[in-house]
Design a protein around this ligand. Structure first.
Ligand SMILES: Cc1ncc(COP(=O)(O)O)c(C=O)c1O
Length: 393
């Protein structure tokens, strides 16, 4: 691999100064909340000014056609019908809509893995108390076994009580890509509902809903696809849409509903009361940013930099790689580091002394650092981080 000092085989036209990020911090944490380019953010603020300029016209005439346009843009990007999608605030919100909507009861079982995101697990725990179903955790170690073994492991946990499998497409704590298509196929064969937490997927890994064929799939557009914070979608298989209950019931529900679209699923989920939904209207601009700047090509460089970082960091920390196979789409990864510091100590040290923003995570007794490389990160930054690791471990 030949990387120049900016970390790219082909010089990237994108710089950190194209984003609103603090330029004095080395930002290796795109994964948590994403980063929004100035051009997209300007459009977002433009929408906010349009709302304030004539709110009545905006809410009564402009909003719904614009939401439809955003759904169309996402549908085209991930290969699904725009009417199978609703725009939601974030992955946590989507998780709650889905769980609330499921007809789960005492005696039923829901499978999750030990790689799931805490807030989503909390939602499962909350609804478990309400509905009385059981949560069952499948343990999958790192490095992740191959797809055949993952499927075998999940299969061994199935029984007639299993009603749902919930898993991350790309996991948060461990930055692993799970075989979504194969897991959904197994779920279908066993009459189990598949729910995919794709919070990190759109903009990072290839995402083709038709090929994956899940029952429910959601993703944060604000993480890797450049939208402002609070922009996500929820896909629902057509046959299940009539079961989806809105978290907020308002003008989109009931016989007296406002401006019916012909789909209860869409109507009942897109009225939030008076709210600033400007971020939802920037989806097309975010996708255009991705396309016009050829992010698809630049991502290869990000991936190579992540791999380079992991390889070199493992030599410094004398820990084994946490990847048997490193999927060639990933723009984030975890390394294991010695437990010389607590999570808080290490995080503070990296941020306060070295100005590196990066998550430090505890998972299954291991101390992990998760690096994200977005298109604005450079090889010089990665080399600096490696130097810091040498100094502190
Ligand atoms: C895998 C995963 N699921 C869900 C979420 C929750 O996302 P949000 O806070 O946008 O709801 C995250 C956030 O980082 C995540 O990584």
């Amino acid at each position: 691999m030949k990387l120049n000092s900016s970390g790219c085989r082909r010089k990237s036209m994108i710089k950190k100064s194209d984003f609103l990020l603090n330029q004095e911090i080395i930002f290796f944490n795109n994964g948590s909340y994403g980063a929004c380019p100035k051009t997209v953010f300007n459009k977002y603020q433009e929408w906010q000014r349009i709302i304030e300029f004539q709110p009545v016209e905006f809410f009564q005439k402009t909003l719904l056609p614009e939401l439809k346009r955003s759904r169309q843009a996402i549908g085209d990007f991930i290969n699904c019908q725009p009417n199978d999608l609703i725009l939601v605030r974030n992955a946590t919100y989507a998780t709650n809509i889905v769980i609330r909507s499921l007809d789960l009861k005492k005696g039923d079982e829901v499978l999750v893995t030990n790689h799931e995101y805490g807030a989503c697990l909390n939602a499962w725990e909350f609804w478990k108390k309400e509905k009385g179903f059981k949560l069952k955790e499948i343990k999958i170690e790192l490095p992740l076994p191959d797809t055949t073994e993952i499927i075998r492991r999940i299969k061994s946990c199935l029984n007639p009580k299993t009603k749902v499998i919930f898993f991350s497409h790309i996991s948060s704590k461990t930055a692993q890509l799970f075989p979504a298509e194969e897991i959904c196929k197994l779920a279908r064969e066993n009459n189990i509902i598949s729910i995919i937490d794709g919070a990190h997927s759109i903009g990072q890994c290839p995402l083709n809903i038709k090929e994956i064929d899940p029952d429910f799939y959601f993703s944060n557009i604000h993480k890797w696809l450049f939208a402002p914070k609070g922009t996500a979608f929820l896909y629902t298989r057509k046959e299940l849409q009539s079961k989806v209950k809105p978290l907020i019931t308002g003008w989109g529900w009931g016989p007296e509903r406002e401006l019916p679209s012909g789909s209860d699923y869409i109507d009942s989920n897109q009225f939030y009361g008076t709210a600033d939904l400007s971020s939802f209207l920037t989806v097309e601009v975010s996708i255009n940013f991705y396309k016009e700047n050829k992010i698809e090509d630049l991502k290869k460089n990000c991936h190579e930099l992540v791999e380079y970082f992991c390889r070199e960091a493992d030599k410094i920390t004398v820990k084994k790689t946490l990847y048997n196979h490193f999927p060639d789409c990933l723009m984030m990864a975890v390394i294991e580091v010695p437990t010389k510091y607590s999570v808080i100590e290490l995080k503070e040290l990296l941020y306060e002394k070295y100005r590196i923003e990066v998550p430090v995570i505890e998972w299954e007794g291991k101390l992990l650092i998760r690096i994200s490389i977005q298109v604005f990160n450079t090889k010089d930054e990665v080399d600096y981080f490696l130097k810091v690791l040498k100094e502190i471990f």
